[in-house]
Design a protein around this ligand. Structure first.
Ligand code: ZN
Ligand code: ZN
Length: 184
């Protein structure tokens, strides 16, 4: 969605443009790699464009709801990314004056909300998704989901002393079996 912001720039009063926009469902798949998601439920943006300190500025809230795989256990879970902020708007032709407080338009005098979302939502994508912060992940050996309980390979590796004891008892049980066999 494109918004012409010339009206806001020209009029020196409290003129503002409100927007409330949702990415079309058929276009959501275009954002899968940006969000590193398996499926996107929605992406929406709302806010205002107004004049601040003589410059056009955009106040915005972007919200995305998506399904992504947990980086540790591969389980697919629902995540919400929500960001809000404020940027001054500079045209590409005035780019030299801009810093990180600015959004640079691709086309002078026009804010393209799709581009805007790509630029600012992309920054907020987490380095990795987790199903929950303390997810124990999968056993690297047998692949068991350790959130459902420990697996036996994990116990042995963790406590080599117990493995020695296991062998000790095994020998003694074998001896007992031999004795039992003798009695038969
Ligand atoms: Zn997990
Ligand atoms: Zn295991």
């Amino acid at each position: 969605m494109k918004i012409n912001i010339e009206a806001v720039r020209k009029i020196e009063n409290e003129n503002f443009i409100s927007f409330d926009y949702q990415i079309n469902e058929s276009a959501l798949n275009n954002y899968l790699s940006l969000l590193e998601a398996e499926k996107i439920e929605f992406i929406k943006i709302n806010g205002n464009i107004s004049q601040k300190s003589g410059l056009a500025a955009i106040d915005y809230t972007i919200e995305a709801k998506l399904r992504a795989e947990c980086a540790r256990c591969n389980k697919e879970t629902l995540h919400t990314i929500k960001i809000d902020g404020e940027k001054y708007i500079a045209d590409k032709s005035d780019e030299k004056d801009a810093n990180e407080d600015f959004y640079i338009t691709e086309s002078d005098g026009v804010v393209d909300l799709d581009d805007f979302i790509t630029e600012f939502l992309g920054i907020e994508v987490p380095a990795r998704y987790l199903c929950y912060d303390d997810c124990k992940g999968l056993c690297y050996k047998c692949g068991k989901d350790l959130n459902d309980g420990e697996c036996s390979c994990f116990k042995k590796e963790k406590n080599p002393a117990f493995a020695v004891l296991d062998d000790f008892f095994k020998i003694n049980f074998d001896d007992l079996n031999d004795l039992n066999n003798l009695n038969d």
